[in-house]
Design a protein around this ligand. Structure first.
Ligand code: ARG
Length: 464
């Protein structure tokens, strides 16, 4: 409990100590301390700029940087004492600097406010995390595309309404996942562009009376440019919302893939095997091997969606400029980042380890009359109108259900009961191989197309 406000940088106008609960309630240091690297980097850039424009002397700048680097080393070593009384990461570091180097430490905050400082820190932090997420996403896509390439001619049933529809190749299915992730990557890069702008120099809200050089600090910190408007600079959290929007959509895609992995590993499907290291057992049922990793990824989608809604709601109706509400931006953003990184890592490790049970997939594609459309197309090519062809094939399927035979298992005589247009060459289209090979155009499931598509995708990834 504090009974003295003198340690607080803003203590001057206060006549009684902050209530101990209020101190805890308003503090963010327990969660914003993870910004320390970026906070120190921002301060070093600010001090360097102040020296360049003559507000600090060169000697003062050096002293400040030395002090900040010593504090960084202390934090890295786990020896830094964080204090709730000092509210947040910014005031903790600033006070430690003054304790270390004396009066010069008190000059660092010249021409700056925590409002532009925190906006700068989060943008710097997010930029690094975006790069880490992009790397994991790329690793996942590389694994997917490689698995697709080696399964360009592995046949499985394709589904609509989760009912067998037409045969497809397993590689084609995996490349569909890759397309979702490719769009996610583009969205992430787009988010990075808008995050990578420097709000430093906006000060509290209106700018500052010192002759600062915002282009210089932007350049020192690797930002693309300074932001345009000081009021917007300290209040804008679009970049956090955009990241969470990217994250929600990515998690939605991972949850869809997870759902399919869960289905495919079930005894009822049995399409793939996931190595034991990605699964866990049951404490009561000895036979069980549960696909916990995809299930958890599917489940974690919920919290990330929650963070997006939390941030949108946080910003809704906020008047300009900075409001303390904005301190609530961090936990949702941080958890979204952590969750997405873990889920991508789990997927990037797991995807290359998938073992497809090709025979099971093939047999499943044979059941469910998956080549019925091929028979209809065959009849159309022989001059039958599509609606009539549809009717003929419908009757053949009904016969197949009664007799327990797939279309490809019927004799020519059996098929000709429904149309005498059918001839021996029908069996070229009724086989699964014939069916997939015939869909031979860009975006189609033919093995030749899947091989080419996976090569194009691999090329694209290698250029990132
Ligand atoms: N901890 C604060 C935050 O995260 C820093 C900015 C505080 N600014 C202020 N004027 N109280 O938003």
């Amino acid at each position: 409990m504090s009974n003295d406000n003198s340690i607080k940088p803003w203590g001057g106008r206060f006549s009684e100590a902050t209530d101990a609960f209020v101190e805890r309630f308003t503090a963010s240091v327990n969660f914003d301390q993870r910004l320390y690297h970026h906070d120190i980097n921002g301060s070093i850039a600010h001090a360097t700029m102040l020296a360049k424009v003559g507000v600090l002397t060169e000697a003062e700048r050096e002293q400040i940087i030395e002090g900040l680097e010593a504090i960084r080393a202390e934090i890295v070593a786990g020896k830094f004492q964080w204090s709730v009384q000092l509210e947040d990461v910014h005031m903790n570091i600033e006070s430690a600097l003054t304790a270390r180097i004396g009066i010069t430490g008190k000059k660092l905050h010249t021409g700056r406010s925590r409002n532009d400082q925190v906006a700068t820190d989060i943008r710097l932090y997010l930029r690094d995390e975006i790069d880490a997420v992009a790397k994991e996403l790329t690793r996942l896509q590389q694994g997917l595309v490689e698995l697709a390439r080696t399964n360009a001619s592995t046949i499985m049933p394709g589904f609509t309404h989760l009912q067998t529809a037409q045969p497809v190749t397993f590689g084609h299915h995996l490349l569909a996942w890759n397309e979702m992730l490719e769009r996610d990557y583009q969205r992430l890069m787009d988010c990075r562009k808008r995050a990578n702008q420097s709000p430093l120099g906006a000060a509290a809200l209106a700018g500052t009376t010192y002759p600062i050089d915002r282009a210089y600090t932007a350049q020192l910190l690797g930002f693309e440019a300074p932001t345009e408007n000081s009021l917007d600079s300290v209040s804008d959290r679009d970049f956090a919302i955009e990241f969470c929007a990217f994250a929600s959509l990515l998690m939605t895609h991972l949850s869809r893939a997870s759902e399919e992995l869960v289905l495919w590993t079930s005894a009822q499907f049995n399409f793939i095997n996931l190595p034991d290291r990605f699964c866990t057992g049951s404490s009561i049922m000895p036979q069980k091997k549960n696909p916990d990793v995809p299930e958890l990824v599917r489940g974690k989608t919920g919290r990330v969606n929650g963070h997006l809604i939390a941030l949108l709601t946080l910003m809704k109706s906020q008047p300009l400029a900075y409001n303390k509400d904005n301190q609530e931006d961090k936990e949702p953003l941080f958890d979204a980042i952590d969750t997405v990184k873990d889920c991508l890592r789990a997927f990037a490790d797991m995807i290359p380890a998938i073992q497809p049970s090709k025979d099971v997939m093939y047999e499943a594609a044979k059941r469910g009359f998956s080549t019925a459309t091929d028979l209809a197309d065959y009849l159309v090519r022989k001059g039958v109108a599509f609606r009539d062809a549809h009717e003929i094939v419908g009757k053949s399927v009904a016969y197949g259900i009664d007799s327990g035979k797939d279309l490809s298992e019927m004799s020519l005589e059996e098929l000709r009961q429904f149309s005498n247009t059918i001839e021996q060459d029908v069996f070229n289209v009724l086989t699964l191989e014939g069916s997939v090979a015939a869909r031979n155009h860009i975006g189609g499931t033919a093995p030749a197309q899947v091989t080419a598509a996976s090569e194009r995708a691999a090329q694209k990834l290698s250029r990132r």
